[in-house]
Write a protein that binds this ligand. Sequence first.
Ligand code: SF4
Length: 359
Amino acid sequence: MNEFAARLLEWFDRCGRHDLPWQRDRRPYAVWVSEIMLQQTQVATVIPYFERFVARFPDVEALAAAALDDVLALWAGLGYYARARNLHRAARIVAERHGGELPETLDALIALPGIGRSTAGAILAQAKGMRHPILDGNVKRVLARYHAIDGWPGERAVEARLWALADAHTPSERIADYTQAIMDLGATLCTRRRPACTVCPVAETCGACRRGIQAQVPAPRPKRARPERRRAMLVVRDPVGRVLLERRPERGIWGGLYSLPELDDDDSASEWCARRLGATPVGEIALPELSHAFTHFDLTIAPRLVTLASDSRIVMESESLVWYNAARSNLGIAAPIRALLDTLPEPGEETAWHEPSIA
Ligand code: SF4
């Protein structure tokens, strides 16, 4: 047995958890339910949920026959409900295609909803004693630190390396205990913050501990630059000073709110006014740009103020277009657009802005 596994198992025999409900009940079904519950949830929280769940749905057949609502009711409070839905769906598949017995190959398990490579490995290792490595979030952290690996574990190359190391450390004996031991090490000693290296069984040979870089390993997910979008918007003002607003589609940003009409890249303000209003602008100026941060991107709005001729005969064909009069309107307007409308120059004072360009 390799030194890492031997030390871990010696520590597990002394200090590990040996009496968890899914260690007493090593049936593949029970181990499967526990592994799904333990994704994103700590052991102490999972235990009562696991016991209630397995008492109510003691095997695959019982779970497959249950109504989804009953399954979700027992899951209530655990969160991440997709786990429960996948578990239920997978139980029905196992009942229909595998005679109610969980398949015993990695590939067949991974083909079921909600089971990835690590969960499949954990099920086979713990329920069947089959030698399969696991690599959940805790194990990634332990191995990244132990081998002082650079890079974020979510990167393909880093993850591939961690899988290779997980495989190399996995012994061929006591596989169920080893699987529990490495998960326990990550959950109890090699924690995300302040790992307890002074009592860690593998500290002597741990790369991160030797170099004092535990806090920097594993590297966090790199921050992605926020995407930026740019939209030209029209501030169309009629001869009496009202501004044209357009109701946005229900889906998408500012869904259902009123905003300024948007101008496509290949469209000009005069073409837009002719097409949508049957009217001709007498002048167009660029207003100062404004920025707005959405959750997933930054939007830069480039407004263009267009004034219609006093003799315009305006035809409004679209019901989504309205004339907005600040003094007499309580329309639902997107906040940045309202701020822009509040600072518009008075009619006749537009030249206070620079960059005039006549359409
Ligand atoms: S020595 Fe510290 S950093 Fe290394 S595996 Fe143990 S707890 Fe984690």
